[in-house]
Design a protein around this ligand. Structure first.
Ligand SMILES: *[C@@H]1O[C@H](CO)[C@@H](O)[C@H](O)[C@H]1NC(C)=O
Ligand SMILES: *[C@@H]1O[C@H](CO)[C@@H](O)[C@H](O)[C@H]1NC(C)=O
Ligand SMILES: *[C@@H]1O[C@H](CO)[C@@H](O)[C@H](O)[C@H]1NC(C)=O
Ligand SMILES: *[C@@H]1O[C@H](CO)[C@@H](O)[C@H](O)[C@H]1NC(C)=O
Ligand SMILES: *[C@@H]1O[C@H](CO)[C@@H](O)[C@H](O)[C@H]1NC(C)=O
Length: 350
């Protein structure tokens, strides 16, 4: 299958799925995503999908260099070629969130290929591939991607997510919570939804002591939501990526790093597409790094006293051959007694 047909197919699928999903689950969340998507019902003369790649990854360290590519695919192939394609950047720094055009180029020319780096924290933000709006009867599906540059040792941390999952089914509620280093009430939980390309405060935040929490619903299929906490001085926590899956199987797996020596339970979760009911305890196969490694009649396995060797990509599959996406398990060394000794040595030698 060509790239073009995947893009075309994706648009159709997304549209179809939304209509379907809203009929099943009361549609109580009238996100702007939905409002926006009803646009596809209008009589556009063409639909242009932008396609955006960031290689090798969006999660960077200071000094990394990446290549951002931005191309279009048009269903009918008429207008897509006549419009300009823009690569824009919305800065991450609080107070500086203005959109800047980095490249403007006729879509019919070669794709935009933009080298970013070596990066500093200054380069962070939302990068988008947009049409220029010169053909109002052409629907342009923008594409947004957050570029994150990791901090050496953030003082705040996202350390709780109500479920042991980073993949959610459409319209599920979950809570994310940050541990803050101080009582300063200016810390905010922030959220980026890739479908919308926005950087906004997480709605309905609840603050209690040094803990800041936010409860939201998962987005639409294929949408990623990133969460982090920040203060006006520009300090931030780590970042948490939560995706909404289009498949009806997900894997319960600790989303945040677990400590060496802990027992970790992985459960396969299924959602009934018709009733929306969540179920566990069905026969399932578990994969590690792409290979079937376990089978369990109750859809549950426990990795006892995990070590670094347990790190990897996990997924599960039911007997109907429906399978989840891969999730990464991270195992962290214990910061205790034995480790402390080593640290003391380091401090002494420093
Ligand atoms: C779209 O086109 C169809 C057929 O030409 C027409 O019946 C309908 O009213 C149009 N809808 C809009 C929103 O323009
Ligand atoms: C990005 O575009 C450049 C130039 O057209 C190309 O060489 C490269 O393979 C593209 N990268 C990806 C990931 O598509
Ligand atoms: C979040 O995770 C998904 C699945 O691992 C990945 O495809 C996606 O690129 C990540 N999100 C962002 C914003 O990069
Ligand atoms: C998540 O997994 C960890 C480790 O397996 C477990 O201790 C914890 O209770 C789980 N949390 C939830 C909400 O299921
Ligand atoms: C979904 O639920 C309905 C009603 O309980 C049931 O008939 C159907 O078999 C279920 N589908 C799956 C895939 O489990």
């Amino acid at each position: 299958m060509t790239l073009a047909s995947v893009c075309g197919l994706l648009l159709l699928c997304v549209h179809f799925y939304f209509v379907d999903a809203d009929n099943i689950f009361d549609g109580s969340s009238s996100h702007s995503v939905q409002r926006r998507d009803t646009n596809t019902k209008r009589n556009y003369t063409d639909v242009v999908a932008t396609r955006f790649t960031v290689s090798p990854t969006w999660y960077l360290n200071v000094g990394d260099t990446i290549v951002i590519n931005c191309t279009t695919h048009s269903d009918k192939g008429n207008y897509g070629d006549k419009m300009d394609l823009l690569l824009t950047w919305t800065k991450m720094s609080p107070g500086e969130r203005t959109k800047k055009v980095l490249v403007r180029q006729r879509a019919s020319e070669s794709p935009i290929s933009y080298v970013l780096g070596p990066v500093t924290h200054e380069h962070q933000g939302v990068y988008s591939c947009n049409g220029d709006g010169s053909f109002p009867d052409v629907y342009v599906r923008d594409w947004h991607q957050m570029i994150w540059v990791a901090d050496a040792s953030p003082r705040a941390s996202i350390d709780v997510i109500s479920h042991n999952r980073s993949q959610f089914f459409h319209n599920e509620m979950f809570t994310v919570s940050c541990q803050l280093p101080d009582d300063n009430t200016q810390w905010k939980m922030m959220r980026h939804i890739n479908w919308l390309g926005d950087l906004t405060e997480c709605p309905n935040q609840v603050s209690s002591g040094r803990r800041l929490s936010c409860t939201v619903r998962s987005g639409h299929p294929w949408s990623d939501q990133l969460f982090w906490c920040e203060n006006p001085a520009g300090e931030r926590s780590n970042v948490l990526n939560v995706t909404t899956t289009v498949v009806m199987i997900a894997l319960d797996i600790p989303r945040l790093p677990v400590l060496e020596g802990e027992d970790v339970t992985l459960r396969c979760v299924h959602r009934n597409r018709t009733t929306g009911e969540i179920s566990y305890n069905f026969e399932a196969f578990f994969y590690k790094n792409g290979r079937v490694t376990w089978h369990d009649y109750n859809g549950l396995i426990t990795l006892e006293a995990v070590t670094k060797a347990d790190e990897g990509l996990y997924r599960c599959k039911n007997t109907m051959r429906e399978q989840s996406h891969d999730s990464w398990l991270t195992v962290k060394a214990r910061p205790e007694a034995d480790q402390k000794e080593k640290k003391d040595d380091v401090i002494k030698t420093a």
